[in-house]
Design a binder for this molecule. Structure first.
Ligand code: GTP
Ligand code: MG
Length: 469
């Protein structure tokens, strides 16, 4: 319905709304203004024609707008090069966050992913440590996060600088500094009364005084089978009023016996593996925000990818000037903890047979053919299996595998590299058959899905018919 005041003909006809009916004073004003404008126009035209030709057509072709955003300068959130004490390198106008790892390599990748996701939620710059060799022998030494993953790419993708500890503090003989941190671990489980062990003292020279987090951090408080906490429960400890309400007497630090409340400039937590937004072990769910917003942007460094590509080329006999064909990778966990889960059954009974793998291969080929018009013919096996008979049986059916002994991988690159190269190969195909329960399979599968639009299938195991479907 129209507004009455506007639709009334009496108002529309009135002098107030008729610009042509000018008074003589207004007419004089209009004439003077027109004259002044004409003079200005003539002067401007005269100036333009004397100084340069008038442009009637655009000089440049129409280009898409340029992305003028300068590349993100990660180090801008530091005062300068690494200092003896980390505090001397932190900016007063910036807040930071850190945490530590303490499990197998893939779990540690996920833990750093959780830390960085928490950093994005709390608008704090994450500072991350190296990967430490929990399962590949202590003599392997540490490997920098930035030697495995492209940290500049990651920072660009998440729109936030990600720092490594060695960029903040001089770690050659780290000066021991006291700091207060929250222990999430003391809050979310009942088996251990101490904070989760960290390597902060050895690696970063941090002598930590822990404050146990409140029991409500645990997703199901007191439930001994699930030590998960929610991202936002942990985040709330960095804000008022949860912080003040949760402060209890801190525990003395190991070296100096310092008693410190959790640091507000550099927030720190002992362990962030068991963290989710909604569901425990959430990386298994497509909704996993840590995966979608952070960990999927952990891309291999160019160096690591090209080392792995070299292995693939030699394995599949692909010359340097030809593309590596799309292939299906299989990740077969057959040792250590997975063997223990077999409860004494022999491996042939417990782990998937070649025929079981073959069925999954055909399913993936069918799906990539239908969905992508690609029919991958090469199959590459990656495994922690050490028995040569099993590897012979794999090669006998025409599947490929990197030969880290013949390639002398450990001597050439170091002890980390068989597993790193295998992880890159697992995630660079168009399909992955993973081992149910393996986080290494899970992340590789997510990469295949999200980086290459490929297919990920986990295989069930434990008995010969476990994967029947
Ligand atoms: N070279 C190689 N080593 C593997 C492979 N799969 C597992 N491993 C080794 O077995 C170890 C598995 O133990 P974890 O470190 O606990 O593995 P994770 O990365 O946590 O992953 P999952 O235990 O599978 O969940 C790895 O660290 C590797 O040393 C593989 O495909 N290739
Ligand atoms: Mg493991």
């Amino acid at each position: 319905m129209l507004d009455d005041s506007l639709s009334s003909s009496s108002q529309l006809d009135s002098p107030r709304f008729t610009p042509l009916r000018l008074t003589s004073r207004r007419r004089r004003l209009v004439v003077t203004s027109a004259a002044v404008l004409s003079v200005i126009s003539i002067l401007v035209l005269a100036y333009l024609s004397s100084s340069r030709p008038l442009l009637l057509v655009p000089q440049d072709p129409i280009l898409p707008p340029k992305d003028d955003t300068p590349p993100l300068d990660r180090k801008s959130v530091l005062l300068g090069p690494p200092t003896g004490r980390f505090r001397d390198n932190l900016r007063n106008d910036t807040k930071y966050i850190t945490s530590w790892i303490s499990a197998g390599w893939t779990n540690d990748v996920m833990t750093y992913g959780n830390l960085i996701y928490l950093a994005t939620l709390t608008e704090r710059v994450p500072i991350i440590g190296p990967f430490t060799p929990s399962h590949i022998g202590g003599d392997a030494g540490n490997v920098l996060f930035g030697d495995v993953f492209d940290i500049d790419y990651l920072s660009e993708k998440i729109g936030m600088p990600v720092l490594e500890w060695h960029e903040v503090k001089n770690l050659s003989t780290p000066e021991i500094e006291d700091i207060g941190c929250w222990s999430v671990w003391q809050a979310v489980q009942v088996r251990e009364s101490t904070p989760r062990g960290t390597n902060a003292l050895n690696l970063q020279g941090l002598d930590i005084s822990f404050t146990a987090g409140p029991k409500w951090l645990q997703k199901i408080p007191g439930y001994e089978h699930d030590p998960h906490a929610h991202f936002w429960s942990i985040a709330s400890l960095l804000y008022s009023p949860a912080r003040e309400e949760s402060l209890i007497p801190p525990q003395p630090s190991e070296v100096h016996g310092a008693l410190l409340p959790p640091d507000e400039h550099l927030a720190c937590f002992d362990y962030l593996y068991y963290v989710c937004a909604h569901t425990s072990f959430e990386y298994q769910q497509d909704m996993s925000p840590a995966w979608r917003f952070v960990t999927q942007h952990f891309r291999w460094t160019n160096r690591l990818q090209s080392i792995a590509d070299g292995y693939l080329r030699r394995m599949l006999s692909v010359p340097d000037d030809e593309p590596i064909p799309p292939y299906i990778a299989i990740h077969a966990r057959r040792a250590r903890d997975f063997l223990v889960y077999c409860n004494g059954q022999n491996k042939e009974y417990c782990f998937p047979s070649i025929a079981t793998y073959q069925r999954r291969i055909e399913e993936i080929q069918e799906e990539t053919r239908e969905r992508l018009g690609i029919f991958p013919q090469h199959v590459v096996m990656l495994s922690d299996e050490e028995e040569s008979d099993w590897w012979d049986s794999i090669r006998a059916v025409g599947w490929y595998a990197p030969d880290h002994v013949a390639e002398d991988t450990v001597n050439k690159y170091g002890k980390w590299y068989p597993v790193l190269i295998d992880a890159v190969i697992q995630s660079s195909g168009i399909g992955l058959i993973g081992m149910d329960g393996s986080t290494m399979s899970l992340l590789a599968g997510r990469r295949v899905q999200d980086w290459h639009n490929g297919v990920f299938k986990n295989i069930k195991w434990g008995s010969p018919d476990a994967d029947d479907h």
